[in-house]
Design a protein around this ligand. Sequence first.
Ligand code: NDP
Length: 287
Amino acid sequence: MNTKSVTVIGLGPMGQAMADAYLDSGYEVTVWNRTAGRADRLVARGARRARTVEAALTANDLVVLSLTDYDAVYAILEQAPSAALAGRTVANLTSDTPEKARQAAAWLAERGAVQITGGVQVPPPGIGKPGATTYYSGPESAIEAHRSALEVLTDIDHLGEDPGLAALFYQIGMDMFWTGILSYVHAQAVAEANGISAERFLPNAVKTMDFRYFLEFYAPRIAAGNHEGDVDRLAMGVASMEHVLHTVEASGVDGSLPAAVLDVFRRGVAAGHGQDSLTSLIEVLRR
Ligand code: NDP
């Protein structure tokens, strides 16, 4: 087989960007998608349309999956005989839970295929661009065998052999991303309610969202189990969040997000952490 050849299954915005990046890099690209019409633009660019999932799988050693979730992965792969998977490396760049990633790796291993789990860290326009990264986990040998093809898409951050690890890092990153970005959207709603435009607020928002100093300060303390309240105290956090909530509600903006934060802070104080750092909440949050 041509070493510069790959199959891409799943042509949502992400799969399309990936197929484009491979075509741009001179790869022979075989594509398959449930809604066949989504392949038309890529076929016009030179991609080969597989008529069946089996044909898509057997066309190449490396099969890239970019699907909504792992239910879609099985819905597609079960359309082909198991033999079509034997010997393939499946770069599963579909987001889902760590447990589902581990189950899929085992399911593929039973059929003679190797899964590399991937969690892409950029939106579709970032694919093939410098600075883009994907979390990968799975066998080092499989990643090394397909390094050059994977690097057409993004840089590789190989986290370890456990197939669930890339999904875990992806999900904890999304935990931060969604709550962080929602905090921006919420703050902008309060700003707008007070006549402050997104452009005017932007420089302040950028400064406030730069948590690097705090992360680098807290991480070694958390690692050492040190939640000393020498710099910040949770009791201060409660008072601060009460001021935030009052400001939000006085602005006529929904207060459920700051109220949820205040609730967590108050539970920390009730658990005896009022004089400890905010980081002591890790012990309250862990069930
Ligand atoms: P989409 O949800 O748009 O991908 C949809 C793809 O999954 C389509 O090919 C769709 O087929 C297929 N699909 C969904 N359900 C089924 C099913 N039951 N049977 C067969 N095919 C199915 O996602 P994106 O393209 O945006 O992203 C793909 C993956 O990349 C996701 O896991 C996402 O979390 C991840 N990702 C996305 C980013 C983004 O910004 N878009 C950023 C980082 C990661 P059809 O066309 O027929 O509907």
